[in-house]
Every structure is written in structure tokens, then in C-alpha cells.
Design a protein around this ligand. Structure first.
Ligand SMILES: Nc1ncnc2c1ncn2[C@@H]1O[C@H](COP(=O)(O)OP(=O)(O)OP(=O)(O)O)[C@@H](O)[C@H]1O
Ligand SMILES: [Mg+2]
Length: 121
């Protein structure tokens, strides 16, 4: 079990944004996996999708305000470009980190690492 001490609203925003992106930028019939683990003092949350993927260059700006990646695959998908920048700000409030690993055409994995409040097992 992984226990973190966090505000309900904040956790809700983080999960709903990452999960809605994983579905929104996926292929028809694609898959989304969520893995929650503990790595020493950290809770590690991975949201893994089989979607359109994000190029290395786009990954550099993805967490900035109002960034929407414009290409043929995203043309008909709407959004404000604020979701990930809000997620990043919330994660950092908890002294955590968010990173993305992705391959264009194969999918993306968003990894959130948040220090846990250590509780006895
Ligand atoms: N799982 C993903 N796979 C591929 N591209 C993604 C994924 N998540 C985000 N992106 C890209 O990053 C951009 C920024 O994402 P973000 O969540 O900040 O904004 P949005 O989804 O466009 O709008 P909002 O979240 O405000 O509805 C998206 O427009 C999309 O191009
Ligand atoms: Mg979004």
C-alpha cells in the first residue's frame, strides 16, 4: 500500500487531467494503464497510454501554460493547453516531480513522483 498526505482536490485534478489526456490522445481501441508503486520514500504514479505519442521537441514545452501540440493527429481534439501546467504546479506543491517518456506513434507514459508521509506498515 502507498499512503501520501495530500489535498483531495489536488489529487483529483492530477488524476483527472492525466487520465483524460491518456484517453483523449489515444487511438480508437487503445489502452490506458495506471500503476501506483512505492520506491523507498516516494509514491510513484505512472499513467501509460498507447496513443499518438509526443516528439522530443514537444516534450520540452508540454508542461508550459497554454501549450497545445498542433499536428495532423491533434487537429480535431480540443482543449485549453492548461491541464498539464496545472498538474505540474500541484505536483510541485507536494515537492514532487512529473516527467514524460514517449515515442511518437507508440504512446506516452507520465510519471509522477511524490514523497510519501512515512507511516508504519
Ligand atoms: N497522453 C498524451 N499523449 C499525447 N499528447 C499529449 C498527451 N497529454 C498531453 N498531450 C499533448 O500536450 C498538450 C498539452 O496538454 P494539456 O493537458 O496541458 O492540454 P489540453 O489537453 O490540450 O487541454 P486541457 O487539459 O486544458 O483540456 C495537448 O494539447 C496534447 O497535444
Ligand atoms: Mg489535458
Amino acid at each position: 500500500m502507498v499512503t501520501i498526505q495530500a489535498d483531495n482536490e489536488g489529487v483529483n485534478i492530477v488524476f483527472s487531467n492525466l487520465l483524460s489526456n491518456a484517453v483523449k490522445y489515444n487511438h480508437e481501441g487503445g489502452k490506458v494503464d495506471i500503476i501506483i508503486d512505492r520506491d523507498n520514500g516516494d509514491a510513484v504514479i505512472k499513467v501509460i497510454d498507447t496513443g499518438i505519442g509526443i516528439s522530443g521537441k514537444d516534450q520540452e514545452v508540454l508542461f508550459d501554460d497554454f501549450v497545445r501540440i498542433k499536428n495532423e493527429k491533434t487537429r480535431n481534439i480540443s482543449g485549453s493547453g492548461l491541464g498539464l501546467s496545472i498538474v505540474k504546479k500541484i505536483v510541485e506543491l507536494y515537492h514532487g516531480l512529473i516527467i514524460v517518456e514517449s515515442t511518437v506513434g507508440e504512446g506516452s507514459t507520465f510519471i509522477v513522483t511524490i514523497p510519501v508521509k512515512l507511516v508504519p506498515d
